[in-house]
Structure formats: structure tokens, C-alpha cells
Ligand binder design. Sequence first.
Ligand SMILES: *Cc1c(COP(=O)(O)O)cnc(C)c1O
Length: 344
Amino acid sequence: SNAGKTASSVNANPTRTALQQALASLEGADHGIAFSSGLGATTTLMHLVDPGQRVVLIADVYGGVYRMTSQVYEPKGYLFDYVPAAEFPNLRHHLDDNTRMVWIESPSNPLLNVVDIRAAADAAHDAGAILVVDNTFATPYLQQPLELGADVVVHSTTKYLGGHSDTVGGFIATNDPTIAERLYFLQKSLGAVPGPFDSWLVLRGIKTLAVRMRQHCDNAMQVALWLERRGNVERVLYPGLPSHPNHALAARQMRDFGGMVSFLAHSEEEALALVARTKLFKLAESLGGVESLIEVPARMTHASTATAPFAAPPNLVRLSVGIESVTDLIADLEHALVPAAGTA
Ligand SMILES: *Cc1c(COP(=O)(O)O)cnc(C)c1O
């Protein structure tokens, strides 16, 4: 891998270069470019698009990305369309000559939808567009989108790659030398670069990525199965459950199903009440750290999509399942869900 080598040495930092090389190798990429945050990486990628050109995004895109597209770039004349995950088999019908970029998350945040990356890449390429995959939820341990045909992979390293909720960072990987050259130029020109200590914190995090991810996946699977069987909730959303509409695709495309589990409580009131009752699951935004977190996306991480047609359901609860004892995690949820069970 020559990741980082084409970055101008004048603007480089050795710890950042080491991070770029390490993350690029995890994604099987020739080129890696590190940023100060996932949104810093996203901003930089949007500079591959000109005003008047179209970007097609998965509808339940991360709330911060939607805030950027709808409130920053759209007023400048960029065109954005949001296609629901269920509509992706017909992606071709949503693309035209003016479409420069298709942007997906798989699994998506917060609804855990799974998109066929290879099919999306084929459709994008036939329309003359590039496919960008936000691989934050899966991490390269579970899924390598470039191998499946994606042109660009983007990460918030704030999440699983850092893994300890103590740093903020972003990353882009690509095998396309033209895109890479432009991104190295944009990294230095726009300046959303990570400092050496932040780069070091992510390098420290990825040393344990594999063991953390295995525990996240095992715990999430058990939590999802328990919620579906005994949790007294309306519906559990987890790609590892046979009841998930894209379970077979997820099993084919991913090594395992990840650490994020969402579920629909019976009502918004119940969702808000139960997230206040958990003790091990801390009520907080962010995700992907070793400690378990719980939140209501419509009120928190995805509040910026409140007026979008694809707003997060108000009764949706999102879990970032950590690496603690799964017995303790399930006991915590059982305790939080008990009053609901009593009133049902
Ligand atoms: C958190 C997140 C981002 C934004 O990353 P920051 O590092 O917080 O700027 C982008 N995409 C997804 C899927 C995320 O979860």
C-alpha cells in the first residue's frame, strides 16, 4: 500500500501518515486520507461535487450528514435526493446524467437498513456516478466496501475505530488515484486535519478492533434476540435477526452483524421513560465505544431530520451495545422495560 505517500511531505505529520497507512490497509485501499471528524471527511468529499450537480443519498442517512446537505450545501445550489433503503433495488430509476455521487450507509443509522453494496456500485457506475459508502457502523472488520465495488469509503473514526469515546476523527479510503490525488489536495487546502494525538488515539484503538468487534457483535446478537423474545417492544431492528428484511443480504455481505441494535417501543412516552431507567446503558449520543449507550434518535442524534419525510420514528430507541457482560446488559434492559410490561 502506498497510502499517504502521495500526500505532500511538507504538510504531513508522521503520526497522521501512520494512521492513514494503517486504516487504508484495513480497508484494502491504496490511499487513505485522515480528517478531524467524520463530518470533516464528509465536507471534504462534498467538494468533489459542484453546485448544480446531484447527489443521491440513502434516506435514513446520519442526521449530521442530512443537516449538512439540507442546510449548508442545498442553499448553495447542490441537488440532493433521498432514496429509502427499500427502494434501492430500483436505484437506477433515481439516477440521471447529472448525478455525480451515490451516498449510502449500510447498515444505516438509526434504522439498521442494509443495502446491497455491489448492486448500488453497478447502478452508480452505469449512470456515471461514484459510490460512497459510510462504513462507520460495520467497520472494515465486518465489511470492506471497496472490494464490493464502492469507489470511496468514509468513516467517523470517533466511533468503533477509536473505540473508546475519547477522540473525534474521520477517514476516507479509495483505490481511485484521481480521486485520491484530489482528496489529498483538498485535505491540505480545506484543512480539516487531525492532530498527532488524535491520530495516535485512533491508532491505539484499532489495535483492539477485532476483539472489540467480536464482543460487540456477540453481545448485540444476544440483546436483539432477548428483546425480540421477551422485551415487550413493538419491533426489533437488527440485521442479525432472521426477522430482519435484509438478513440474508447482511449475512452475505458482512462477516457479522455489528454492535448497533434499534427497537420500536410501544410509544414515544415509553421510549423516553425507558431510556431514563437504564443504568449500564448510558443515555448519550455517539456510539461504537466499549461502554453501552442508549438514546432516542428523533430527540437526539437525528433531531435535524425531524422535518424530513424520513424523520426517525419518535418511538425508536437506539442501542450501542458495548463489550460489558451481556448478562448485566440484559438485566439492565429487563429492569428498564419491566414497568412497560406491567402496564401492557
Ligand atoms: C457519527 C457519524 C458521522 C459523523 O462523524 P463525526 O466524527 O461525529 O463528525 C457520520 N456517519 C455516521 C454513520 C456516524 O455515526
